[in-house]
Design a protein. Sequence first.
Length: 125
Amino acid sequence: MTESFKIVPVMYERTLGSVYDLKNMDTLETLLSDGWHVARADALPGGAGDPALPPTLVYILTRDRMSAPDNDAVERAAVAMFRLDTNWASDDPTDAEVADWWDKQPATVRDGYLRRARAALEAAR
């Protein structure tokens, strides 16, 4: 599992008299709806200069994202599924026999097993 981060500045605008609303509320709403959550609020220091820039308030958003299984694991799982689905002359075919038959399969058959294996590995996470 990998974790992604985004930094969203907190920007306010005056709407009615002394009422301030979040200026980028739509952006924040979209991110929160997409599975991001506020990990913390922080203040970035302002820039030194003439005139000096004020500090900036930010939300630090984070989202856990499932990492995709690597291609080698998918290939091994697909070959294992192929081994189970195939009627063999012997009850316990050797790895070389399975690999030989796997290589002889049409690309569409191998692709079907690879898709099933990838889905199974992602569902198991």
